[in-house]
Design a binder for this molecule. Structure first.
Ligand SMILES: [Zn+2]
Length: 113
């Protein structure tokens, strides 16, 4: 499958700052490895901007039919530090706008954070 940019638009039409890294097809199912390229995020509690990444982990999102094929989206999600001493929150997990929220609404297959 060739054009990652075209497929990105098919898979994530609403996702802001998404990058589709590669496509693999281990068992007849297309796996799209994606991540957010947004360099900084704001703490949901105190709204301070953070660029300090605490950790990364993979989320496997619901299988998604594209042109008659099943596509599984593996999304790399980052956890950021909040460095504001007054803020009760030490870390927070990024939400990819238009993607994690959208897949969360899609129902089974997505674990809530
Ligand atoms: Zn905070």
């Amino acid at each position: 499958m060739g054009d990652l940019f075209a497929l990105k638009d098919v898979l994530f039409p609403d996702a802001v700052g998404m990058v589709l890294d590669r496509l693999v097809e281990p068992d007849g199912v297309v796996v799209a490895e994606a991540r957010s390229a947004v360099p900084e995020l704001t703490c949901p509690d105190c709204a301070t901007v953070s660029r300090r990444v605490h950790s990364r982990y993979g989320r496997r999102l619901t299988e998604y039919p594209v042109g008659g094929r099943k596509v599984v989206v593996k999304l790399e999600v980052r956890r950021f530090f909040c460095d504001t001493p007054e803020c009760g929150r030490r870390t927070f997990v990024e939400q990819v706008e238009g993607l994690t929220t959208r897949y969360a609404r899609a129902g089974p297959g997505v674990k809530a954070l």
